[in-house]
Design a protein around this ligand. Structure first.
Ligand code: 4AD
Ligand code: MG
Length: 435
């Protein structure tokens, strides 16, 4: 017997007729008299293994009868065609060894409350739905890297420990850096990408992001992953094109390569297909206010939109919608005011349809030194901490733009899962840091 990794289930369709030995976990077992159907899972897929009493040695038959859910086993058999099975094959078992018998698996098929499942997250990960979500997430991650690399972006890693806030001070995680200096966990890599795009032109970062969210919502995590491109000489219209192209390409990739997982998640893919092929509507904030008023929302210019408003705005569309030119007063200090209408900024929010809400936030950045200085003062930010950021405007200034997309928000929408907690392996939420 070889000591190398056993072949994976996902690769078996090209090995019909061969005898293979596989290792994995028992996902499910069904007995029907003198024949047993074992479903083996190995992370790459699920395989029906058929044990027929009169065709296997007595000890193999006995062993197959002992198997409990999540027991580890090694199974040998002949790969044969089975059109009705996932992957189109099944295994005719000739040999079987129980490697470790699993007793009292806590996640039985009965309905469990979410709190229980979250406390068992390390085990819950093995369930087929969670596996499918994590595969979609991983596909999105590699599609993100491919998108930027194929367009000659350079990946620039932003620091996690920072001396000041990027996205406001209300949700900062504070930590002690040295005895007399504090540091904050990064809320966004953007401020560090801006100087880097002066060095490299087109850059992106992709890493963990921290926000001490004080309320429990289905759309907020305290630790999440954000991908952020930043591009020199790109202005708002080009930024919107970039965001749309990005979301289209990621969606096409998930549809193409994660079909089985989307099926397992029972994801209706109509909207995802429309997202790939149709142009995304672009709505001015001022028009959005009118649309919402028409739908009975008591909103006025200057109000931020909550989840209900976002859902209402995307109703009737089967692609994401981009809302632009939000009021300057409610957006971040670095956003470029519209020169023709300084009450609004050249920013964008991309709202996913089906109630998933904001998936992308971005803007053109202020590139005029004195304007940025006055915005920093208006926001009462500590000037010393932003000297380096102002330097980008002092030495060879240039218009530039970028956006941030939350990986979990995007994964949730792709997977059709309403709550972000299932879209990251180990969610960090208010009152939940175990396991
Ligand atoms: O809109 P946000 O706050 O934008 C920024 O941080 C900019 N500095 C990005 C940039 O321009 N480079 O966050 C961007 C995205 C949101 O649209 C959302 O997808 C995600 O990050 N996000 C969260 N995801 C999960 N949990 C949270 N608490 C999130 N907060 C933001
Ligand atoms: Mg935002």
């Amino acid at each position: 017997m070889s000591n190398g990794p056993s072949p994976s289930i996902s690769g078996l369709s090209s090995r019909v007729g061969e005898t293979v030995t596989l290792k994995g976990w028992l996902y499910n077992r069904r007995d029907s008299g003198k024949i047993r159907f074992l479903v083996l899972r190995d992370g790459s897929g699920y395989l029906q293994c058929v044990v027929v009493k009169k065709e296997v040695p007595e000890e193999v038959w006995e062993a197959s009868g002992e198997l409990t859910q999540e027991s580890t086993l090694e199974v040998t058999g002949v790969v044969r065609e089975a059109p009705r099975q996932e992957g189109g094959v099944e295994l005719g078992v000739t040999g079987l060894t129980v490697l470790s018998l699993c007793r009292d698996w806590p996640i039985t098929p009965k309905e469990h409350g979410v709190d229980f499942l979250m406390s068992q997250r390390h085990l819950w990960l093995r369930s087929s739905k969670q596996v499918a979500i994590l595969k979609v997430r991983s596909e999105v991650e590699s599609a993100i890297h491919d998108f930027f690399h194929s367009r000659e972006y350079t990946k620039v890693d932003s620091p996690i420990l920072t001396p000041n806030a990027c996205e406001g001070t209300s949700n900062l995680f504070e930590t002690q850096y040295t005895e007399d200096e504090k540091a904050y966990l990064s809320q966004s890599g953007q401020l560090y990408l801006e100087p880097a795009c002066a060095a490299l032109g087109k850059v992106y970062c992709f890493g963990p992001t921290f926000r001490a969210e004080k309320s429990k919502t289905r759309r907020h995590l305290r630790e999440f992953w954000m991908v952020e491109p930043e591009v020199a000489f790109l202005e708002i219209d080009g930024l919107m094109d970039l965001a749309e192209e990005f979301v289209k390409e990621l969606t096409a990739r998930v549809l193409d390569r994660r079909k089985e997982d989307l099926k397992r998640l029972e994801r209706d893919t109509t909207v995802l297909e429309a997202t790939v092929s149709k142009r995304f509507p672009r709505i001015d904030y001022r028009d959005a206010v009118e649309i919402l008023k028409g739908k009975g929302f008591p909103v006025e210019f200057g109000d931020d939109f909550g989840g209900d408003e976002e859902t209402a705005l995307t109703q009737g569309f089967d692609t994401p919608v981009m809302v632009t030119r939000y009021p300057t007063a409610i957006k971040s200090f670095y956003m470029q005011p519209d020169p023709k209408d300084p009450d609004v900024v050249l920013g964008l929010d991309m709202l996913a349809p089906e109630g998933y809400g904001e998936i992308i936030g971005g803007s053109q950045r202020i590139h005029d030194h004195d304007l940025l200085l006055s915005r920093i003062r208006q926001h009462e930010l500590p000037l010393e901490a932003f000297q380096w950021y102002l330097d980008v405007r002092k030495y060879g200034s240039f218009p530039h733009s970028g956006f941030g997309m939350g990986l979990e928000r995007f994964t949730a929408w792709m997977s059709g899962v309403p709550h972000l907690r299932e879209c990251i392996p180990y969610p960090r939420m208010l009152y939940r840091i175990y396991p």
